[in-house]
Write a protein of this length. Structure first.
Length: 171
């Protein structure tokens, strides 16, 4: 796997090696030992999630507050998204900084987003299936949302307005 460092040291871009031949392709999407070596700590994933979104759907920025904060390993099984992680750790030297990466079924990139970060994505393709592993179980009472316009994130311009849920359309 190819590991790319980002301007926020805790966030990693992970890209598996893809093996192709006349039959199709194969890649290892997750290996616990390789992953733990990459992030330099033992991570225990407890839940896998998938969402389906149409073009221009923006989900986020979401996070869970303590003691239910979640680390996420995110990827796209089908389509393409513009994925964003924002450092919301108040005492961090990178507080307010954000990372964005295009994730797709073609590039197979994954983004490791540790606890203490808000996360969101914008669907760039007609349809997308977004997958993520989490380090903590979902807890409705600790779910939080930050307006996607905060932090001066450079969201892509599309040929139509973003589609938001009521909870994501907060001011």
């Amino acid at each position: 796997m190819k590991i790319t460092e980002t301007k926020i040291p805790e966030i990693k871009i992970i890209q598996p090696e893809i093996y192709k031949d006349e039959r199709g392709s194969f890649f290892e999407s997750f290996n616990q030992k390789v992953f733990n070596d990459c992030v330099k700590k033992d991570v225990n994933f407890v839940q896998d999630n998938q969402s389906f979104s149409r073009y221009a759907v923006l989900r986020g920025l979401h996070y869970q507050s303590e003691p239910y904060s979640q680390g996420k390993l995110v990827s796209v099984a089908f389509g393409e998204v513009y994925d964003v992680a924002v450092d919301i750790r108040k005492n961090s030297s990178t507080y307010g900084l954000w990372i964005a990466e295009k994730l797709s079924d073609k590039n197979k990139k994954q983004l490791w987003i540790p606890e203490g970060f808000a996360h969101g994505f914008l669907t760039l393709s007609d349809k997308a299936i977004f997958c993520y592993k989490t380090t903590s179980y979902y807890n409705k009472s600790s779910e939080k949302t930050i307006n996607y316009k905060n932090f001066n994130i450079d969201w892509p311009t599309l040929n139509r307005p973003y589609i938001l849920s009521d909870k994501d359309n907060i001011l």
